[in-house]
Design a protein around this ligand. Structure first.
Ligand code: HEM
Length: 411
């Protein structure tokens, strides 16, 4: 997961119908802004707002001067052209997502070794136990919040995969809530504080393994502590950055994905019945990918231009910030004639849930394995997962996608 929380873009704003296109209002600097990514209509219904932007202003300048690309064609063009659209967007070290060129390739090769089919098969029994134990704790019949369930599962699964102690769960859950609040506050003091707190958690785990030497536990974290890049050991800072990436960002994404998937299955009893009737892992992955395509909780990633470029007739200067809006691109009628139509096989080749190009998500095998196991465990522990009209669903506020509350009923 890359840090997809562009805190500098989406300022809350005054009212106005449809998407607040701010033709009149100057963006930072002198150019008129096209829209307000944190405006009321985006907060009210982000999917409709992004669909509207893609239809009327697919390359849009935001209130803070950053551009957003909404169409499938423009997003894939930018993701493919990693020379013009650089990933070096942050002043913090981000391995590998903040890197470009051969440096990126070198670190990417390190990261990818942790997600091979053999590694996933080896990790599966422990992750399955986490899913079935958690499903066993559910009150059936009874209410559940799919995002709360997803957060707890993401936490336990990541700890099991990395070899982290289960008693870290509550501390990490608290951190996740504080991290979201800090990101939304856009207060650098608060975001700095939660980042340092997280680094402290990671360093306590990596330092303990270093001190333990050959007695260190045989797990992913120990392996990373001793891993190498370009013939030298990874530095502590690089290890912390990789682990921050694999946890800080992903825990939230997995929880959001669980919310979207279980809510979709509740709303579509036909799809739920199909999964319950028995589907292979490959078929279930295609179902999960398609559900996430229709309502992608992983909204945007950042780029910065290394040269002036024209996109959709708009001139974007050198050094400008550009957001790739995956949620919108995944609903582009140019690729998906009916964006809400469920077609796991037909839409798979154009699905951008996991990104595109050199920075495509290396964690997809693990994320899908975990979502598969959770979905199967919840369905196995119930006879039906249904909507719960008595309790309101809450959409994530930009820049967070998906739901922050997804109440369902289990039978
Ligand atoms: C839960 C659902 C997840 C979604 C929807 C997701 C989606 C994405 C997307 C769209 C990108 C591309 C970013 C870009 O182009 O800037 C990405 C990159 C990345 N993801 Fe994921 N991801 C998920 C889970 C994970 C997990 C569980 C891990 C690892 C444990 C992971 C590790 C990474 C890394 C390391 C990158 C950066 C790759 C690079 O820059 O080369 N992701 N992810």
């Amino acid at each position: 997961m890359t840090d997809h929380t562009p805190s500098d873009e989406l300022t809350p704003d005054a009212a106005g119908p449809a998407v607040e296109r701010l033709g009149a209002r100057p963006a930072e600097g002198s150019r008129p802004a096209d829209w307000n990514p944190r405006g009321p209509s985006v907060r009210r219904d982000p999917l409709a707002a992004y669909d509207d932007m893609r239809a009327h202003c697919p390359v849009a300048l935001g209130a803070s001067g950053a551009w957003t690309l909404f169409s499938h064609a423009d997003v894939t063009r930018a993701a493919r052209d990693d020379r013009t659209f650089s990933n070096a967007v942050s002043r913090y070290l981000q391995v590998p997502n903040g890197l470009d060129g051969p440096t990126h390739t070198a670190y990417r090769a390190v990261v990818e070794r942790y997600f091979t089919p053999e590694r996933m098969a080896a990790a599966e029994p422990a992750l399955r136990r986490v899913a079935t134990d958690l499903a066993g704790e559910l009150a059936v019949p009874g209410p559940v919040d799919a995002v709360v369930l997803g957060s707890r599962f993401a936490m336990r699964a990541q700890c099991a995969w990395l070899g982290w102690p289960a008693d870290l769960e509550d501390e990490l859950l608290r951190w996740m809530v504080d991290n979201h609040a800090a990101t939304r506050s856009r207060d650098p003091v608060r975001t700095g504080e939660v980042a340092r707190r997280f680094d402290g958690i990671i360093r306590s785990l990596t330092d303990a393994r270093r001190r333990a030497g050959t007695d260190a536990p045989d797990d992913v974290t120990t392996e990373l502590v001793h891993d190498r890049v370009e013939g030298r050991p990874l530095t502590d800072e690089e290890i912390v950055s990789v682990l921050r990436n694999w946890t800080g960002g992903d825990l939230g994404s997995l929880a959001l994905c669980a919310g979207i998937v279980l809510t979709y299955l509740a709303e579509h009893p036909d799809v739920q019945a199909r999964v319950r009737s028995g589907v292979s892992d490959r078929e279930l992955d295609a179902v999960l990918d398609e559900i996430l395509r229709i309502d992608d909780p992983f909204v945007v990633n950042r780029r910065v231009t290394t040269e002036a470029v024209t996109v959709g007739g708009r001139e974007i200067g050198v050094g400008e910030r550009v957001f790739l809006n995956w949620t919108s691109a995944n609903r582009d009628p140019a690729m998906f004639p009916d964006p809400d139509a469920f077609d796991p096989v037909g839409n798979a080749p154009y699905n951008l849930v996991w990104g595109f190009g050199k920075h495509v998500c290396p964690g997809r095998p693990l994320a899908l394995l975990e979502l598969r196991l959770l979905t199967r465990a919840v369905l196995a522990a119930t006879t039906a997962v249904e909507p719960d009209p008595g309790r309101p669903r809450k959409r994530g506020l930009p820049p967070v996608g998906g739901f922050t509350a997804a109440p369902l009923r289990l039978r």
